[in-house]
Design a protein around this ligand. Structure first.
Ligand SMILES: [Ca+2]
Ligand SMILES: [Ca+2]
Length: 221
């Protein structure tokens, strides 16, 4: 059992979660930057070609295990798309919850949108990853506080919801945050209803997408 405290990146609030048992997956190596076969921190055309060859069954997955994000021994179209994203956007912020480059990149922040299900407009949101913490900040209206979710990574694609903060209120809540296979869609599923109303709708869940890296924060020397 360990005691951990969580803080939202760039925000003034923190809260402790008490004692938690770290998930066993926590200590396992992650797959790192999508498509970066040789682990040099970038994805080049030759690596994309290797991924295509694996997808076509013309090469073994062992020739580039970082293409196979979900470890099923195959390279899917979604996994190729992730690798192309790495080639275009760089490897500094891979779209997963466990990052074996965590010593080099302290925090990654992505921007996206979500729909609350009863509003026509998509609302801005940010998604941040730093070692051991996943955070999602949701715009709830022009005059309303941000709704901040905090979660603890379980594996590359799943994180265990710890709690949320809304204005002065900090509430512990269980549930799950999950990334889509291509790493660009994100859902938040709390186990119980969250007492926050957004544009007249009670918050029941989140289904959003994240396309753009906003910033990276280099670790302190
Ligand atoms: Ca590479
Ligand atoms: Ca796969």
């Amino acid at each position: 059992m360990i005691a951990i405290g969580l803080c939202r990146i760039g925000a003034a609030w923190c809260f402790a979660t008490g004692t938690m048992t770290p998930p066993t997956a926590f200590a396992q190596a992650s797959v790192g930057c999508a498509g970066d076969c040789d682990g040099d921190g970038r994805v080049v055309v030759g690596e994309l070609i290797r991924g295509v060859n694996i997808a076509l069954g013309q090469a073994e997955v062992t020739t580039c295990e970082r293409m196979d994000r979900n470890g099923d021994g195959q390279v899917s179209i979604g996994e190729l798309v992730s690798a192309v994203g790495s080639a275009l956007d760089g490897c500094a912020c891979p779209f997963d919850f466990l990052d074996d480059r965590a010593g080099e990149v302290e925090a990654c922040v992505f921007a996206g949108t979500w729909s609350d299900g009863c509003s026509a407009a998509d609302l801005p949101a940010t998604f941040s990853v730093q070692p051991g913490i996943v955070g999602v900040a949701v715009v709830t209206g022009p005059e309303s506080p941000l709704l901040n979710f905090i979660a603890q990574p379980l594996d590359e694609r799943a994180a265990s919801l710890v709690g949320y903060a809304y204005g002065e209120e900090v509430v512990q809540v269980r549930g799950e945050i999950r990334l889509s296979d291509d790493g660009r869609g994100l859902t938040i599923v709390p186990e119980v209803a969250i007492e926050v109303v957004i544009e007249g709708c009670p918050f029941t869940g989140y289904d959003g997408s994240f396309e753009r890296i906003v910033s990276t924060v280099a670790p302190s020397p």
